[in-house]
Ligand binder design. Sequence first.
Ligand code: FES
Length: 101
Amino acid sequence: MKPVRARWNGAILVCGKCSKKVKGGFGRGGRKPLAKALRKHCRIAKGHEGHVGIVETKCLDICPKGAVVALNSAQTGLWHIVQPGADLDEVAHTLNLDCPK
Ligand code: FES
């Protein structure tokens, strides 16, 4: 195996299937998926270059109707159901995501 250095201090996992089901729902105009909207809102680079990873996963087997499941990998015992249109500052705070103002 060959190691690859990442700059991540942690990771936020967002259900990609939920995101597809709600057809975006976040960001300006409500058209961006949660992972992308959070990345933009908190100015986090995509991939291994960012200080935190925001990763879309497969179905997490919660499957809320009209919402998206997200969690901080440092708090795997606490998952969050995020409604479309939720305030991204509040979402970042809830997920303990370091988001510059
Ligand atoms: S579709 Fe997102 S948890 Fe199942």
